[in-house]
Design a protein around this ligand. Structure first.
Ligand code: FPP
Length: 241
């Protein structure tokens, strides 16, 4: 069934930066640099199409295992981008937030993200949620710890811990769950991204490498989304025919 529903929240695994660079004989960091430009365009393209939230996987809890030069290069690049694009994002109506274990990030990056948030918190055209030092299992662990703490203090009865309660302890309970999860560079994995929130997300995998991802790819992803029937575990009319 084709609809014209625009996904309100798109999550994206920006894969293929390294391959993009290798194919051109460039250093991997050049791929990440082009990846940052692709993300900037992606957010504005998404806003243009009326998407309200983009969550982008910029650095996973597992990415610390990469060579030290790549880790520090990525941290510097993310900090540079968070500073260099602030005025532009502010002007474009983008609200910037982050997901992940924030306190473990380099202090200068924490400071920059705090500045970005303060400067953009009243924007409401689109929210850019940057997942950095993010792990889906860590997010669930952090939520369970909060619930356990409250239970130990007698402020939460274990019987009252249900889906709604735990959802409230996730990093951004105010955001709708992603309707669509896009992964580039052809990999068919979820890679510990938004394990709780993507329970019913539609998946779209494209062979396009992230630095090459453009408006046509975003339209193709949304087109594909609009041709799915979302059932949320139920039986829909079409199944009964
Ligand atoms: C995966 O490609 C990509 C990453 C681990 C980093 C994504 C980061 C950016 C796009 C930087 C910009 C982010 C912000 C918020 C400014 P890969 O390196 O695993 O690619 P490969 O599988 O081809 O080697």
């Amino acid at each position: 069934m084709e609809t014209n529903i625009i996904p309100q929240h798109i999550a994206v695994i920006m894969d293929g930066n390294g391959r993009w660079a290798r194919r051109r004989g460039l250093p991997r960091l050049e791929g990440h640099r082009r990846g940052y430009k692709a993300l900037k365009n992606f957010v504005i393209d998404a806003a243009e199409l009326n998407v309200k939230v983009v969550t982008a996987y910029a650095f996973s809890s597992e990415n610390w295992r990469r060579p030290e030069a790549e880790v520090s290069g990525l941290m510097q690049l993310i900090r540079f981008a968070a500073k260099a694009e602030l005025e532009y994002m502010k002007k474009e109506g983008v609200k910037i937030i982050t997901s992940g274990r924030f306190n473990e990030l380099p202090q200068a990056l924490q400071d920059q993200f705090n500045e970005d948030y303060e400067a953009t918190k009243h924007n409401d055209r689109i929210t850019l949620n940057i997942a950095v030092n993010y792990g889906g299992r860590n997010e669930i662990i952090d939520a369970v710890k909060q619930a356990a703490r409250l239970a130990a203090e007698g402020k939460l009865a274990p019987e009252d811990i249900d889906e709604k309660c735990l959802s409230g302890f996730m990093y951004h309970p105010e955001l709708p769950d992603p309707d669509l999860l896009i992964r580039t560079a052809g990999e068919m994995r979820v890679s510990n991204f938004l394990m709780w929130e993507t329970a019913y997300s539609e998946l779209f995998v494209t062979d396009t490498l992230w630095p090459d991802f453009c408006m046509d790819d975003l339209r193709a992803a949304i087109d594909s989304f609009q041709n799915r029937t979302r059932k949320f575990g139920e039986v829909v009319d079409e199944d009964l025919k």
